[in-house]
Design a protein around this ligand. Structure first.
Ligand code: FES
Ligand code: FES
Length: 156
């Protein structure tokens, strides 16, 4: 059965016909063309499909599109030149880039929600995302540097 749902994606209101079993990941990629959200495991294990739903990072492969009704979705296409993206580039926290959109959105949520996050919390928070290429150190360093900048106003 098809439903037409309304939600906001990257600040733009959308009305999209969806089937009961369509995941949010499917709708974002196949119907809205937002392929920055990556389909990795499609099983809730890798975090490559992370998007922000009302500012909370969630796996789009584990959310039905109908659950997104009236919610605010942010994908990587809605981000431009955020401090964490700049730090990823500066610190070479990217290799193939497949995991990067999910990491950027999850790191951004961490920075916004836990401005005093210590190393243990950063480790735990980012545990939901897998990268097959880089070490994780450059990614964590990027988070720490943005947190430091937020606190002191000093950027490396
Ligand atoms: S594709 Fe969603 S968690 Fe891997
Ligand atoms: S940069 Fe390739 S999977 Fe993370």
């Amino acid at each position: 059965m098809n439903h037409t749902i309304s939600f906001t994606v990257n600040g733009i209101e959308k009305q999209v016909p969806v089937r009961n079993a369509d995941t949010l990941l499917h709708v974002l990629r196949e119907q809205l063309g937002l392929t920055g959200t990556k389909a990795g495991c499609q099983n809730g294990d890798c975090g490559s499909c992370t998007v922000l739903v009302n500012d909370m990072p969630l796996n789009a492969c584990h959310m039905l599109a109908v659950e997104a009704k009236d919610k605010r979705i942010t994908t990587i296409e809605g981000f431009q030149y955020s401090p964490i993206q700049e730090k990823f580039i500066q610190n070479w926290a990217i290799q193939c880039g497949y995991c990067t959109p999910g990491f950027v959105l999850n790191c951004h949520a961490l920075i916004e929600q836990c401005p005093n996050a210590d190393e243990a919390m950063i480790d735990e928070w980012l545990d939901s995302n897998i990268c097959r290429c880089t070490g994780y150190e450059e990614i964590k360093q990027s988070v720490q540097e943005v947190l430091q900048w937020r606190k002191t106003g000093e950027i490396n």
